[in-house]
Ligand binder design. Structure first.
Ligand code: KIV
Length: 276
């Protein structure tokens, strides 16, 4: 036998169409944020399906009080760094505050994130007028991840970072918005800080996968901010959906593997990480 026969096969690259297949087959999807090549390499080696260059970088990398000051140029720069560290994971880049206020602005920003940054998909927060931007991008072959529930770019409208969709009318609006972003062409939906039962109801109503963060175990996958997953303090209040996987994992790659395994076997998130 030749030595090369023993080499582990590199895993296949995760593609946009593969996300719906995973949902149909009941395989949980694992997403983690990263902002540079070194941690992107660790996330990829740890087996995550998707890496998100989140505008959370404004808070965890730049130390700012919110995600609002982050610019398209900054996300492009960090997306380029992350792209150099990835081999298989799908690269998703966040659209900064007001960069998708009109469909035309959205196309300019998304073209930079995909064309210069190397992202395969862009993420936008909200529904309503954002549906036009989603349609505009999808019609131009730019895959879109929607983001509903606690959308941090709306922090001033919400008056803080609070759980969304607790009352029946708000829950129904969230379900309607989820169906609307799917109809507009989104291929993925992040649900942030919504009651676990509502996130399960939304996940069951959609054909596209839902990725939860503070949305309970009924979503089709989970996302965490890298710094939270490694137990690093951001200087902000630690939300209940956060779990430090570094102690159990023993190393950064070990922590990613422990997180990915816990999402895939359904042990994370537990009931204590969700909201009623
Ligand atoms: O910016 C970000 O990191 C995000 C995730 C928390 C979903 O939007």
């Amino acid at each position: 036998m030749y030595a090369s026969d023993d080499k582990p096969k590199p895993r296949a690259a995760v593609t946009v169409p593969a996300l719906r297949v995973a949902k149909r087959e009941g395989r949980k999807l694992v997403m983690l944020t990263a902002y540079d090549a070194g941690f992107a390499r660790a996330a990829d080696a740890g087996g995550v399906d998707m890496v998100l260059v989140g505008d959370s970088l404004g808070m965890v990398v730049q130390g700012k009080p919110s995600t609002l000051p982050v610019t398209v140029a900054e996300i492009v720069y960090h997306t380029q760094c992350v792209a150099r560290g990835l081999r298989a994971a799908l690269l998703v880049a966040d659209m900064p505050f007001q960069s998708y206020a009109t469909p035309e602005r959205a196309l300019d920003a998304a073209s930079a994130l995909v064309g210069q940054g190397g992202a395969a998909m862009v993420k936008l927060e909200g529904a309503g007028h954002v549906l036009d931007a989603i349609r505009f991008l999808v019609e131009r072959d730019i895959p879109v991840c929607a983001h509903l529930g606690l959308t941090p770019q709306s922090v001033h409208k919400f008056g803080g970072y609070s759980v969304q969709g607790r009352e029946e009318t708000a829950a129904q609006r969230l379900l309607d918005d989820a169906l609307a972003v799917q109809a507009a062409g989104a291929e993925l939906l992040v649900l942030e800080c919504v009651p676990s039962a509502l996130a399960t109801r939304i996940s069951q109503a959609l054909q596209i996968p839902t990725i939860g963060i503070g949305a309970g175990p009924g979503c089709d996958g989970q996302v965490l901010v890298l710094h939270d997953m490694l137990g690093l303090s951001s200087g902000h209040r630690r939300p209940r959906f956060v779990k430090d996987f570094l102690a159990a994992g023993g190393s950064v790659v070990g922590a990613v593997k422990a997180y990915a395994a816990a999402v895939r076997d359904g042990s994370f998130p537990g009931p204590e990480h969700g909201y009623e």
